[in-house]
Unconditional design. Structure first.
Length: 459
């Protein structure tokens, strides 16, 4: 008994008998084979019939138990199959016992073979059995084999039925034609090999075509270089906090007002300003990135305005344009309630303010398409322009001042110098028109202007 208990612990009992799917007779035959294997594994084959019937009812499940209790077990009765001279001498059959294991097995066999559904199952196999969407090929082959076994095809026809069903259900015409070309040499193993390989190749090809790229890195210096691409201006509440400059002091210029201020929409002077160019609120027209339909920014005719000497720090591969010993002449001008020190530059055709000196109170930054060039015809980085009220003693003027990124000091150009009456025109010495390439160099012109200005101021 100890050996039987130990074996029963390791032997796997069969699952409950399921009669709701497939052929019930086939399901019973499969379950009976598994139960007999279980009896052999546990050593219960030699046990009394009553114990084996108990094991059968314990593992067959509710459906099998209901069938068992509906069996009719006959009592003592005459044997009607025997041939006798008179009825008095006819032998009698013993009563049927519910505890007889072999009798119970025979009654289950009779229950499931009473009506053979082979024709119905074969019709279902050939006409109604199809591959489910998303079902793998290996699972499909196993389903075909199982359903063919339920149909009880002849042994010499079983493999052909499986081969034909797999071939007929193939949905790819190219693969089906390849199987047809093999003719009588096509076996079930070759059909499975060809279709399995085709299935794997098609699946890999589909994955490669439908694969997506999660992210594409675009270098910052290449962003927006496509022809016709104009990035839209994000709102204040969508932009990230500004990064600190290379020196770690202050913040970089705001792209909506072109000034430096604490981060946040409420701190931007352009937050409630309506752009004159695109009519959208939130930025100055000088930094507007949008262009109206039919509007084209055209560089005005004529030579770009020349800035004689603009002191610039070395930045972005731009060299310094002013010598360290050339300090120039300076004058204090009132801009509202603030006094600013301007360098008088008779070689400059316009007035210039460095970007770092600009404040919102000076006025609204306007967009300009005017190009400014320095010594050597080097183009300057012009941010925009602003109309400023400047005053010196009793003289007050309204001067257009250009804001230049990288400039080191305030420059008062020739128009402002003349309007304030700071110098007078000296014929043959100062030229107030557009400078031509064939004219003397800017440095020589400025040095000559210094001499005449000193003579005028002294005498």
């Amino acid at each position: 008994m100890a050996q039987l208990s130990d074996a029963a612990c390791f032997a796997k009992p069969p699952d409950n008998l399921v009669l709701t799917t497939g052929n019930p007779a086939h399901s019973w035959e499969k379950w009976k084979r598994r139960f007999q294997i279980y009896l052999q594994a546990t050593g219960a084959s030699s046990k009394p019939g009553e114990q084996k019937v108990g094991l059968l009812l314990n593992h067959i499940g509710d459906q099998g138990i209901d069938i068992y209790y509906n069996f009719t077990f006959l009592g003592d009765r005459p044997d009607t199959t025997a041939i006798v001279a008179d009825e008095a001498s006819r032998p009698r059959l013993p009563a049927e016992d519910r505890k007889d294991y072999d009798l119970v097995i025979r009654k289950f066999d009779e229950q499931f073979t009473r009506r053979d559904p082979q024709l119905m199952l074969r019709e279902k196999f050939w006409l109604h059995l199809h591959r489910e969407p998303g079902q793998s090929f290996d699972s499909w082959v196993n389903t075909v084999r199982e359903r063919a076994g339920e149909c009880k095809f002849p042994a010499n026809f079983m493999e052909q039925a499986i081969r034909d069903k797999i071939t007929f259900e193939c949905r790819e015409d190219s693969a089906k034609l390849k199987l047809y070309d093999m003719g009588g040499n096509l076996t079930v193993e070759k059909a499975i090999q060809v279709l399995s390989l085709r299935e794997a190749t098609s699946h890999e090809l589909k994955e490669s075509k439908t694969s997506t790229i999660d992210a594409v890195y675009v270098p910052r210096h290449q962003a927006g270089r496509r022809q016709g691409f104009r990035p839209s201006t994000p709102r204040h509440d969508e932009r990230p906090p500004p990064k600190k400059d290379m020196g770690g002091i202050g913040f970089s210029a705001c792209k909506y007002c072109n000034t430096t201020h604490a981060w946040g929409k409420k701190n931007c002077p352009a937050a409630n300003h309506k752009c004159e160019k695109c009519k959208i609120k939130g930025h100055f027209s000088a930094v507007c990135r949008k262009t109206r339909v039919g509007q084209i920014d055209v560089e005005p005719e004529g030579t770009p305005k020349f800035i004689g000497v603009v002191g610039q720090r070395k930045s972005n591969n731009m060299t310094t344009h002013m010598q360290d010993d050339d300090s120039g002449w300076h004058i204090n001008l009132l801009a509202g309630d603030e006094e600013l020190s301007w360098c008088i530059d008779t070689g400059a055709q316009v007035s210039v303010m460095p970007e770092k000196h600009f404040k919102a109170k000076y006025g609204e930054v306007m967009h300009t398409d005017r190009k400014l060039v320095g010594a050597g015809d080097m183009q300057l980085n012009t941010i925009g322009c602003v109309e400023m009220n400047l005053a010196h003693r009793d003289n007050a003027i309204r001067e257009r001042v250009y804001i230049v990124r990288g400039a080191s000091k305030l420059l008062l150009g020739v128009p402002g110098i003349k309007s304030l009456g700071l110098i007078h025109e000296l014929p043959g010495t100062l030229v107030f028109g557009v400078l031509k390439p064939e004219q003397p160099s800017t440095l020589a012109l400025k040095r000559e202007s210094k001499k005449h200005f000193l003579s005028c101021s002294q005498g």
